[in-house]
Design a protein around this ligand. Structure first.
Ligand code: NAD
Length: 471
């Protein structure tokens, strides 16, 4: 428990799990098997840096192995601890089940402030951490496959992949040991932006159901909706960029750890991102009003609030003051279990993390399959598809004596490459998972929110998997 009698992240996740299983008819033994975290490995290792030995603490937690490999990101932050890693590993189990990626749940973390170390030092630290995990099969294409999370990205994934390959020189599937790699190191097109893209696809799907957005007191389309985003990192930046550039959303507020920006007319996200990359803080950005980091911008009136940074940011202390009508949990665990209850009473619709940010693991799944099949998606069929489209178009033009519009022709003939296929697979996944959740949400009187519905769907799948295995 913390201030305001708030539960820890793990306790909070446990409470949400318990709320859901109470509504299910599962044998208590199966419930307990799903609830517990199977194992957490803690490692303390030293790296010689700047003439001294520095000791770092890292974790890799495996929540459920009902399917293998297990999957989950590696987080670099000073706040990393066992409780947090275990909560995140549990969420991975439910997330993978919800979106039908054939993985168990895992998560890793290293207690470090990446801003304190230069690139070469980060590489040494990451390689050493990887060595410790590979040695214990906690990184392995068949058993445990990490991905990026807070504080890590393509760069770290490339080091992890290379370190694994050095330690397993005859493993032909070595590249499948981690996802979120750069393209030139076995990555897949569309992975970097996948989680933000998934947030966009999730919102598009919700807005296809007028009665669902009415539950939040909203109507119409995404066009013109006022959005506030916390965290302009990988997930927040891509979500905000796509929603503003492609769906007409107005990003009226952005919160970062060192300052906030407000602009009721809409912030140009690309301009702000470039400013942050160049200057490290919102200070001096001309496209909005700069506010201090602790400004209560999250509580301002808006249609959609997208927390995309840390857990526990909407809690018992501020939940009452949240004015947003809809909250999309792009981050993992941004709403505590206590706050969840308050928001539900206020009629705020919360799109739960295990669904909202599942775009990352979905495209990671595609990357893992690509690595195991050793061929880029679309490589075999793209030109063949184009050829058959071209034949059809030409024949229709010949028969009618009319020419198609050049732009239509180009778009219709074009065969799907890797990026188009990844987007199509991601969109299909986000639509399908939402429909599964909303079916439960609407069909059952005892299910009042999408989070409980999501738990019901995913726990049902995990339970079926354990029962099929005969344990
Ligand atoms: P990131 O490190 O790329 O970005 C995090 C951003 O939040 C940074 O811009 C950082 O400056 C900002 N931030 C940190 N502390 C803040 C604070 N106190 N207030 C406001 N902003 C703050 O991380 P990410 O990969 O975008 O992950 C963000 C969240 O999304 C995490 O909860 C993570 O678990 C979740 N997530 C990430 C992925 C992925 O594919 N990267 C997938 C699923 C879920």
């Amino acid at each position: 428990m913390s201030r305001h009698n708030e539960m820890s992240f793990r306790e909070s996740t446990g409470i949400m799990f318990n709320r859901a299983v109470k509504l299910m008819d599962l044998p208590p033994g199966v419930v307990e098997k799903i609830r517990v975290c199977n194992a957490t490995y803690t490692v303390r290792f030293g790296v010689r840096l700047r003439g001294d030995i520095h000791t770092f603490t890292g974790y890799r937690s495996v929540h459920s192995e009902h399917m293998e490999p297990v999957k989950g990101g590696i987080r670099y932050a000073l706040s990393v601890n066992q409780d947090e890693v275990e909560a995140l590993a549990a969420l991975m189990t439910y997330k993978c089940a919800l979106v039908d990626t054939p993985f168990g749940g895992s998560k890793g973390g290293l207690r470090i402030d990446p801003r304190e170390w230069d690139e070469h030092e980060m590489e040494q630290i990451t390689r050493r951490f990887t060595y410790e995990l590979v040695k214990r099969d906690l990184i392995d294409p068949a058993q445990n496959v990490p991905a990026p999370d807070l504080g890590t990205g393509e760069r770290e994934m490339a080091w992890i992949s290379d370190q694994y390959a050095r330690m397993n020189t005859t493993d032909i599937n070595a590249r499948a040991c981690v996802t979120g790699k750069p393209i030139n190191a076995g990555g897949i097109r569309g992975r970097v932006e996948a989680t933000g893209r998934g947030v966009q696809y999730a919102l598009r799907e919700i807005f296809r159901h007028p009665e669902d957005i009415r539950a939040a007191g909203l109507d119409g389309t995404l066009d013109g909706k006022r959005v506030i985003v916390q965290g302009l990192g990988n997930v927040g930046y891509h979500a905000a960029k796509f929603l503003s550039e492609e769906d007409g959303c107005r990003i009226i507020g952005v919160l970062e750890y060192n300052g906030c920006i407000r602009n009721p007319d809409g912030i140009n996200i690309e301009d702000l991102k470039q400013h942050l990359i160049l200057h490290g803080s919102p200070e001096g950005f001309a496209g909005g009003t700069i506010l201090p980091a602790d400004a209560p911008l999250m509580e301002e009136n808006c249609d959609i609030l997208i927390p995309a940074a840390l857990e526990g940011v909407i809690n018992l202390e501020n939940a009452d003051r949240i004015a947003a009508r809809m909250i999309v949990e792009a981050a993992n665990g941004p709403v505590t279990s206590g706050a969840d209850r308050i928001l539900q009473k206020k009629g705020v619709v919360v799109i739960p993390d295990m669904y909202a940010n599942a775009g990352g693991v979905t495209v990671s799944y595609f990357e893992w399959v690509k690595n195991l099949s050793h061929i880029r998606f679309g490589r075999l069929q793209r030109r063949q598809e184009e050829e058959s489209h071209r034949i059809l178009i030409e024949e229709m033009e010949r028969m009618t004596g009319q020419a198609f519009d050049q732009d239509f022709k180009r778009r219709y003939i074009q065969g799907a490459g890797e990026l188009e296929l990844v987007r199509s697979g991601l969109d299909d996944t986000m639509r399908g998972a939402y429909q599964d959740m909303r079916e439960v949400w609407h069909a059952r009187d005892d299910v009042g929110d999408l989070r409980t519905a999501a738990y019901l769907v995913s726990i049902g799948k995990v339970a079926a998997s354990y029962q099929a295995k005969g344990i």
